[in-house]
Design a protein around this ligand. Structure first.
Ligand SMILES: [Zn+2]
Length: 177
């Protein structure tokens, strides 16, 4: 007699993606974005945080197709963000760029060591080697990122750049740079 091996399971992780693919079936059944060319129809690009409290299109009155959106922890203008924005400005119709970090952001309210420790506890292995690029001063970081864009030889002369803060408790966006 051989025993049937039990299905491997990962504690705390979803078993699979069936729920999301079922939702996609419904989405595709009423899909109305076919034939769309992929430019930013409203001429807008947004750099913002990965935080799930942020709805980048809705908070600016935009709709699918209107904007290019680049997200990362903290909403920083990283080298990868610059790749996206150069393409967005020259090939995808973007002429306004909004950089929008937010209040109560984890990467702006923790130290590098705190995040490494929390991740290490979750992982059960050392995470002190991993960078999370925490933000010590959000205003200074935002001013820096806006300056990087305005002085960029392929972006600054072609797009308006603004720095803003999204308040996750009120939904309001305030201009800071
Ligand atoms: Zn955040």
């Amino acid at each position: 007699m051989t025993e049937t091996p039990s299905t491997p399971s990962t504690a705390g992780a979803p078993a699979d993606f069936d729920d999301l693919l079922a939702a996609n079936d419904e989405f595709a059944a009423s899909f109305d974005l076919a034939g769309f060319d992929g430019v930013a129809r409203a001429g807008v690009a947004i750099v913002t945080c990965m935080d799930s409290r942020i709805a980048p299109l809705a908070m600016l009155g935009l709709h699918p197709g209107d904007a290019k959106i680049f997200r990362n922890p903290g909403g920083r203008v990283t080298p990868q963000a610059l790749e996206a924005l150069v393409l967005a400005v020259h090939l995808l119709n973007v002429d306004r760029i909004l950089v929008i970090p937010h209040t109560r952001c984890a990467v702006a309210s923790s130290t590098e060591e705190e995040l490494q420790q929390r991740v290490g506890e979750s992982a059960g292995v050392d995470a002190s080697w991993h960078d999370f690029n925490v933000v010590a001063d959000q205003q200074a970081a935002l001013e820096h990122d806006v300056h990087v864009l305005r002085s960029h030889p392929l972006i600054g002369k072609r797009a308006l750049v603004g720095g803003f803060m999204y308040d996750v408790d009120s939904g309001r966006i305030n201009r800071l740079a």
